[in-house]
Write a protein that binds this ligand. Structure first.
Ligand code: MV4
Length: 451
């Protein structure tokens, strides 16, 4: 049984987890760095413990301090949120060693899925479609060139310890194989301390579609449909929606059952997401599995009417899942509101929020830790909130998002709101006609031309 949950995170996700814990009658413990003394998660939790100075490495990324905070407050579980230690296998194991329930998968599952090449092999064995490519790590340039000729150019070299685009190189033809393959290895070694690389056929103009899962660690996994996540910039998602405008009920079930097969093969426990690429012919291929709750989980919550944080806590308490299909209804879109200047290459814009007028009304949800007078510290990521809408159809949801964006006033820092307003007005976005390269050619108009 879980009575008290320590939230090893900050910002909107810390608040999000605290809210559900309180609804479930659970006590909460916030942790904070000295830069977050005045943050809302500190005020809304039942207790709060300072775990160090502003730098994440000295605070939110310190297992020893988090465990000490849990022990002195008597917390019996830790929710890691996303980012920070949420996909750190060692931290999951450390929690277990201290008799504190890590709300998420075992260290073994986290490290299995963290090895992107081993994860792919695991999925192939479970009969989940994967991108044609090497069987595991490619040991030499000669081996790689022979393989690339079989696979057919262009190919993609990917780091086994990668994810999020680091240590990834496109190779268009044999003459550039050695240079690009070695630079993927070098970048991977520098970023992850491991230079192992595998090869895949490069899928042209793919969509990024992911399936939300929940497993009970006792053999049962269910899915909550898909999220469309193709609207991204430099591997940072900016807008997500559910359902995907291109996925039919038949394809959803095929992708959902494939994702379930993969997760059941590892006896998955907790919330997880299987990422697929969907090509122009609607073939889908597994690329990665994320073993955490994701930033964009609210769009799934809106169309399934499920509280995914509640489900994470319940499976962590040992509840079993009843095998069932979760119905989806309506359409939900999320815009990430970042303290960034979209007119200056999305460069960070930390500082004091002087005016904060949140949107509201029917079908509008704002997950944020920001308020008027809140100072956005420069030490962490720049997301200050997520604006989520829900309506009956995609067209109505876009319409509602435009209305909500127009109501939203933030002064003192630059935000991504002007970008989102223009995206919602884009005919290709409105038609559902986009892929992962859409933002490469998206031209932001000057603000003064808008009205
Ligand atoms: C790919 C791909 C095309 N072909 N794999 C980018 C980050 C990592 N999660 C996987 N990524 C990709 N893998 C093959 N075989 C294109 C991408 C990709 C991408 C994927 C999802 C969302 C946005 C993306 C942007 C550029 C490239």
């Amino acid at each position: 049984m879980i009575n008290k949950v320590l939230i090893a995170n900050r910002g909107e996700i810390a608040l999000r987890v605290i809210r559900t814990c309180h609804e479930m009658g659970l006590k909460t413990v916030a942790v904070y760095s000295t830069a977050d003394r005045d943050a809302l998660h500190v005020r809304f939790a039942d207790e709060a413990v300072c775990i160090g100075p502003p730098a994440s490495k000295e605070s939110y990324l310190r297992p020893d301090r988090l465990i000490a905070a849990a022990e002195v407050t008597g917390a019996d579980a830790i929710h890691p949120g996303y980012g920070f230690l949420s996909e750190n296998a060692e931290f999951s194991d450390i929690c277990a060693d201290h008799n504190i329930k890590f709300i998420g998968p075992t260290g073994h599952t986290i490290s299995l899925m963290g090895d992107k090449s081993l994860a792919k092999t695991t999925m192939t064995k479970a009969n989940v479609p994967t991108v044609p490519g090497s069987k595991g790590i490619v040991q030499s340039v000669d081996e790689g060139m022979a393989l690339a000729r079989e696979i057919g150019y262009p190919v993609l070299a990917k780091a086994k310890a990668g994810g999020g685009g680091k240590g990834m190189r496109i190779i268009h033809e044999p003459s550039e194989f050695e240079k690009n393959f070695v630079s993927a290895q070098t970048e991977a070694a520098a970023a992850f301390g491991n230079g192992d690389v595998y090869l895949e056929k490069f899928i042209l103009k793919p969509r990024h579609v992911e399936i939300q899962l929940l497993g009970d660690g006792k053999g049962t996994v269910i899915h909550f449909g898909e999220r469309e996540c193709s609207i991204q910039r430099r591997h940072q998602k900016l807008v997500e929606e559910s359902p995907s405008p291109i996925i039919t009920p038949e394809l959803r079930e095929k992708m959902g059952q494939a994702a379930i097969r993969g997760a059941e093969a590892v006896n998955y426990e907790g919330a997880g997401t299987v990422e697929f690429l969907v090509d122009a012919d609607m073939n889908f291929y597994f690329i990665e599995m994320n073993t955490r709750i994701q930033v964009e989980h609210p769009v799934t919550e809106e169309v399934t009417d499920c509280d995914l944080i509640e489900y994470q806590v319940r499976v962590a308490m040992g509840e079993t899942i009843r095998k069932r299909s979760i119905p989806m209804e309506g359409h939900s879109i999320e815009c990430r509101i970042n303290a960034e200047d979209p007119y200056k290459n999305f460069s960070p814009s930390p500082g004091m929020i002087t005016t904060f007028h949140p949107p509201g009304g029917h079908g509008v949800r704002l997950d944020t830790h920001a308020y008027a007078g809140y100072y956005i510290p420069p030490y962490y990521d720049s997301m200050i909130g997520k604006l989520i809408v829900r309506s009956r159809t995609r067209e109505l949801a876009i319409n509602k998002m435009k209305r909500a964006l127009n109501e939203f006033v933030i002064e003192g820092v630059k935000t991504t709101i002007p970008f989102h307003k223009q995206l919602m007005d884009n005919p290709d976005f409105q038609a559902g006609n986009f892929d992962t390269h859409f933002l490469d050619s998206f031209d932001l108009k000057p603000e003064k031309e808008l009205n």
